[in-house]
Structures are given as C-alpha cells and as structure tokens.
Design a protein. Structure first.
Length: 397
C-alpha cells in the first residue's frame, strides 16, 4: 500500500543583532547612528512530497522551495480560516507574517494593516493596559516608523509610551525604549530640540539604575550625543563622544557595531565643526570597518558612506561625492523601497551635490520627486519641503 503526504522542513529562524534603524539624513547630508533595534533573520523552507511503501525505504518524489513570506502567508491563512481572525493563535500568525512583510520592499503597507488588526483586537479583547496589547502597540508604532508614516508613528509612540509609563512605571525598560523611539520619530520629523530632553532623561534614568559602565548606559550616551548633534550643540556632542569612544573600544573593540556608531557620530560632529581633514580620516576608517564587519549593503555602511560624501561635499570635492551618493541611493532603494524617508533623504542629498557639479536637469528631476515625497511624509510647511521647493524653483527659473 502506498500513501502520500506533505512535509515542511528547514523553516525560518530568528537571530538577534543590533542594527541602526533607518534615519533621515540631516540637512547637509550627514547622518548619525543614534538608536538600534532587533534585526530578524528570515529563512525560507521547503515542502517535500514523499512516497512511502510498506517494506521499502521512504523515497522523496519532489521538493518545493518556499520563501519565508510564503510559509508565513500559508500559516496565517490557515489559522484565520480554521480559528477565525480574532483567535489568539491567528493573531500570532498574523504578527509573524507582518514582521516578514515589513522586511520585503513594497509590502510595508500590508504589514501595517496586519499590525493594526492585531492591536485593535488585543485592545478590544484584553483592554488597553494588558501586556499583549502594549506589545502589539509597540509593534504597530515601530512599523509605522519603519514605513515612513512619521506623523502616525509619533501619535502611536506617544500613546504607547504614556500607557507603559502609567502601567509599568516611568523607569521600566519598556517605557525607556518607547521614549527613545518617540525621540527618534521627532528627530526624523525635524524636531530635534523636542527629542533631546527625552533622550537625556532616558540616559539619566539608566545611569541611576545601572551605573555609568553598563552597556545600556553606553548606548544611551551615544544616543544622547547624536541628539546633541542634531540640535546643533556640536561642541557638547564632541566632548561626550571623545570620552565615549575609548570606553567602547576598550569594552568591545574598534570594529564592534556600538563602537562604529560612536565613531561615526564623532566624524559627523567634526564635519560640523569644519575640521574636515580630521573628519575625513575618521569617516573613512568607519567606512572600512563597516564594510569589513557588516558588508557593503548594510544600512550602517550606507550611513558611513553618506557621511563620507558629506565631508567631501564640505571640501567642495563634488565629483568625488556624486558616485558615492549614487551607490547609496541604489542600495537604499533595494533595501527600503523607493518611497522610504531615508531613500528620499538620499535622493535629496544627491540632488544637492548635482547642483554644485552643474547637472541641473538631473537635480531638478530628483528634487521634483523629493517635493512630492516630503509633502506626503510631512505635510505642508515642513522645513525639508520648503528647502526642496526653493531649490527646485531656483533651478527652474
């Protein structure tokens, strides 16, 4: 007697690894690594059709390879059809599918819709202060930020932070993480002076809880230095980073991601202080470190290269900066999608350098796209939108 069945194997896994979240470029094209999160390693699998005959070894007939997206889509659909869309197991399957879709360019909106369904259902069935509801709220807020829906992300992070502070306490690690994420959204909205007190408060609370040498305190110190940089308080930021970088090198080594983030921020500060030769040396070293440890297509590497282009631009070495920015733009389109805020900021940076090179037609085409994207992301009157509109009007006149 022979029978057939399906068997799934080699399914996805997760690996924790700190990765700076995408951040928008600063007005002069510099970027800084101020926060980190978890990077999910998504692995596909396969379905095998196998023949089993009595008295004979099992024989594989065909194997169908599946992506992580396909595996989690099948799981979610099966759970919804079998259990209903509000069953806890179906909600878990939808959460996992949403995390996968969030990593696929062009699928972010679908991921947000899934996270919204999970959050609404948790709120309705468990209440707004249940731990599962708070977890769903964090995932939704983070997805909104990741997909560039910044104003919605600000509202979501404010609500989540308030609920966690009231339920868990202002010093709870989850509340501190949400305060940091809220500050990151405010910075991406161009409101760095509002973000800095939040980042400083997180640092002070972590110091009181953990002491000055704890890894979380070192990371929070770097985040505060990045916030000072965005506020234009460059000398303060340099003092913090000059003290922080040696401590990170002693603890982790020169090429560890935490050390790289602080070294990158120091390079950006030196550019702002017009110490260009020192800045270029620092930033080129950071680029070498990120390429060696993370690879050429990692977001942290793109950030380091962008800062190198910024220091070359500051030295009026425009022809050297253009090819670097072209590679970054291409890489970020592939990594984040064409409409993501950090892709838009890179396109804006490239347009600025092209103006200085004299390639006005291409610059105007890029800026026209930036104006539409900034209007969508920020609404009317935002400083980045106004700056892009003014440059575009000048080119067209």
């Amino acid at each position: 007697m022979t029978r057939w069945w399906r068997r799934r194997a080699a399914e996805e896994g997760e690996a924790a690894g700190a990765q700076p979240q995408p951040r928008q470029g600063q007005e002069d094209g510099q970027e800084s690594a101020g926060r980190s999160g978890n990077e999910r390693r998504l692995v596909g699998g396969h379905i095998t059709l196998t023949e089993v005959t009595e008295g004979r070894p099992e024989q594989e007939i065909v194997r169908v390879e599946l992506s992580a997206e396909e595996i989690h889509t099948m799981r979610a659909r099966s759970a919804i059809d079998t259990l209903g869309p509000e069953h806890p197991d179906a909600l878990t399957a939808m959460r996992e599918l949403a995390h996968v879709l969030l990593s696929v360019p062009g699928r972010g909106e679908e991921a947000v819709e899934l996270f919204q369904h999970v959050a609404r259902t948790r709120w309705t069935t468990l209440g707004d202060r249940h731990e599962d509801t708070l977890r769903a709220s964090v995932e939704l807020a983070d997805a909104l930020h990741t997909t560039g829906q910044l104003r919605l992300a600000e509202t979501a992070w404010r609500d989540t932070f308030r609920a966690q502070a009231e339920t868990l306490g202002r010093d709870h690690p989850d509340a501190l993480r949400s305060a940091t994420r809220l500050a990151a959204v405010l910075e991406d909205l161009g409101r760095a002076p509002e973000a800095e007190p939040l980042v400083r408060d997180v640092l002070e609370r972590r110091i009181r809880q953990l002491g000055r040498d704890h890894p979380d305190v070192l990371s929070a110190t770097n985040a505060h230095a990045a916030s000072l940089l965005k506020c234009g308080r460059h000398q303060e930021a340099e003092r913090v980073l000059r003290a922080l970088v040696p401590r990170l090198e002693d603890r982790y080594g020169r090429d560890h991601e935490k050390t790289i983030a602080a070294r990158s921020n120091l390079g950006a500060v030196l550019v702002r202080l017009d110490r260009h030769a020192e800045a270029e040396e620092q930033i080129r070293a950071v680029v070498r470190s990120t390429e060696a440890t993370l690879g050429p297509d990692h977001e942290t590497t793109f950030t380091a290269r962008n800062n190198l282009a910024a220091v070359l631009h500051a030295q009026e070495r425009y022809e050297d900066a253009v090819p670097i920015l072209r590679v970054i733009l291409s890489g970020r389109v592939a990594l984040h999608g064409d409409d993501h805020p950090i892709t838009v900021a890179t396109r804006d940076n490239l347009a600025n350098v092209l103006i200085d090179v004299g390639h006005h037609a291409e610059a105007a085409e890029l800026l026209d796209r930036c104006v539409r994207d900034y209007r969508r992301l920020h609404g009317p009157g935002h400083p980045r939108l106004r700056a892009a509109e003014e440059r575009l009007a000048w080119l067209r006149s």
